[in-house]
Design a protein around this ligand. Structure first.
Ligand code: FAD
Length: 484
């Protein structure tokens, strides 16, 4: 006999609910625990997962394998080319290992929920106890209701309800125990699994050598790194987070989203650690920076709740249904210039180049660049959403989709963009053509007297004029929303 934990986007040993339950069950039964992860190239393809993210997951799996081996727990990692065969294959593996119990944490996207439904059925037929639990979010979807019993569609009242729910259920933030030691006989019994290497990335998701080195350096993998990053941020930066978080040049955020999204760090752990630092049990009291940071981590829960309640957002539909009829432009040249950071709007270009280089972009820049695509270029926001996913190391369907919905219906203008990079340092860092441009001209080189320098360095002129574009967008949005 054995108990199996099926790893997905919960790539850690600590504070992992399903893993903890699986380990407790194995102990209760006196049988070994086996962990498993299935690499699914078709899922990566369907979800636009970036090569950097795939690499991050594989690097993390190597660390987990080592950590588990110290507990005599084997980690089985296999690539399955055809994703529709995965549920049967997992059931087959459980049968081969004599496992009567299979555990995993729930993922809320439609494809994943369908897979879990199919697993439930197949496990039932095979006489395997299948347990899928809430872990990815601090508060499970469906728990928070408006006065009339509906799902909140607006963040602020939802957030008040989220806080109140945690205050009345403080156990939600308690950590789950890491897995215990396997019986030593597991070593011999599953020797072949212990010997199995972590597979290479699928062909269509391979990084070049240069990229692998770059991403390894920028984003070291695994839960030990995640926890160090968290403690460093809480120790050094969180107190100033409220004021500094909107200034991309200040490097003042936690840079921890890849860990939340791959599950090398639980959102629950982050909120608990921030709360403990605050010296109060209340999440909405104490230091302003800590409070604000907790409210940002809560956005992640919010978008998962939205996704779980309105699954059509997974089907390329806008959250606000009335936006489905807007007539978008499909201008390849404009899209390419946006992707490459060649729009002629320095703040937009800086953000897009940061994404290409590092697989990450500051939140404010994600809003500015997304809004620019939808409002200034009037390009279909779904193109931008997919481009983000194919490059972000922290790509997460709910947060990305939610962020795009939010940004595509909020405007951006030049005065606002300069407010977030007042000295222009962020632009100079990411747009080397403008490095020598002093003062405010860096925000608008051709309009503010730096045309010669910009031209000499090959920095492009604006792809569209902001003013005309804005009027066009307003008219097109109005027309689309009015259409039945
Ligand atoms: P911090 O400011 O330190 O925040 C801490 C944590 O809170 C983050 O790690 C993240 O897990 C969560 N968080 C913060 N802001 C948000 C938010 N607005 N929405 C959801 N969660 C949030 N985040 C992703 O993790 N994956 C994505 O694919 C993603 N796509 C986005 C697309 C757009 C268009 C926009 C506007 C935002 C997107 N975000 C996404 C949210 C946000 O930009 C990132 O989570 C944040 O920039 C990560 O940096 P950090 O870890 O330093 O965040």
């Amino acid at each position: 006999e054995a108990v199996v934990h099926w790893y997905k986007r919960d790539l850690r040993l600590h504070d992992n609910r399903a893993l903890s339950l699986a380990s407790a069950k194995a102990k209760e039964k006196g049988v070994p625990l086996i962990c498993m992860f299935i690499v699914s190239p078709q899922d990566y393809q369907a979800h636009y997962t970036s090569p950097a993210r795939v690499d991050f997951e594989l690097r993390t799996l190597a660390i987990i394998k080592e950590d588990l081996a110290k507990l005599d727990i084997p980690l089985y990692v296999e690539t399955r080319e055809e994703r529709k065969t995965i549920p049967d294959h997992i059931v087959g593996l459980c049968q081969k290992w004599g496992a009567k119990h299979l555990y995993c944490n729930i993922e809320y996207e439609v494809d994943e929920l369908r897979r879990e439904a199919s697993m439930t059925r197949k496990c039932l037929d095979a006489g395997i106890n299948f347990t899928a639990v809430h872990d990815d979010v601090v508060v499970a979807p469906g728990k928070l209701r408006t006065g009339t019993g509906n799902q909140y569609a607006v963040y602020s009242p939802w957030f008040r309800s989220w806080i109140a729910h945690i205050h009345s259920n403080p156990g939600l933030l308690d950590p789950f125990d890491p897995p215990g030691q396997n019986p030593s006989s597991a070593r011999q019994r599953f020797n072949d699994i212990f010997q199995m290497p972590i597979p290479a990335a699928p062909e269509n998701k391979k990084l070049t050598d240069e990229e692998r080195k770059r991403f390894e350096h920028l984003w070291p993998a695994g839960e030990h790194e995640a926890s160090q990053r968290l403690e460093k941020f809480l120790g050094q930066k969180v107190a100033k987070y409220k004021d500094a978080r909107n200034l991309p040049a200040a490097n003042s955020t936690a840079c921890i989203s890849v860990h939340h999204s791959a599950g090398t760090l639980a959102a629950r752990t982050s909120v608990r650690r921030a709360r403990d630092l605050n010296g109060t049990k209340k999440l909405d009291a104490g230091n302003e920076g800590v409070k604000t940071w907790i409210s940002e981590v809560a956005w992640r829960d919010f978008y998962k709740h939205v996704l779980a309640h309105w699954p059509y957002v997974c089907m390329h539909k806008p959250f606000k249904y009335e936006y489905a009829n807007i007539e978008w432009e499909y201008n390849d040249e404009h899209f390419e210039r946006w992707c490459k950071g060649q729009t002629g709007y320095p703040i937009v270009d800086a953000g897009m180049r940061q994404l290409l280089h590092s697989g990450w972009m500051h939140n404010r820049l994600r809003m500015i660049t997304a809004s620019f695509l939808a409002k200034d270029l009037l390009l279909d926001w779904r193109l931008g959403e997919a481009h983000f996913m194919t490059h972000l190391i922290d790509g997460d369907f709910a947060s990305n989709n939610g962020g795009w919905g939010f940004s595509a219906s909020t405007g951006v203008d030049r005065s606002r963009t300069s407010a977030f990079d007042p000295a222009g340092d962020y632009i100079r860092k990411w747009v080397p053509e403008l490095r020598a441009v002093a003062g405010k001209a860096v925000h608008d080189p051709y309009g503010r007297g730096a045309a010669k320098e910009a031209e000499k360095k090959g920095y492009p002129r604006v792809v569209v004029e902001h003013k005309g574009a804005r009027e066009r967008a307003l008219a097109r949005y109005k027309e689309g929303i009015g259409r039945e």
